[in-house]
Write a protein of this length. Sequence first.
Length: 92
Amino acid sequence: MQKPQQGNRKEISLHRTRLTIYKIPPGTPQRSLQQDFFQRNRPVKAEKTYSTQRDLIELHSLEPGEYVIIPSTNEPNITADFTLTVYTKTDE
């Protein structure tokens, strides 16, 4: 969910956004991912279009592992605040 800016809570101005998901390979150091990670790895999920909706609700079936989920705006150097909620389910 994209959070409205503090100064404009009554006037909701949202940016076009999307989510990109990368699987983190086993053995990757537990620290900030650097630019070379994104150059070496392809996303497991990347929408080609950006949404104008405040809430992005998506359902994915992913193999077990560690992932990084990156919300982004479609304009360079534009930042936005997001609340990310992840629900998981196993078939066990």
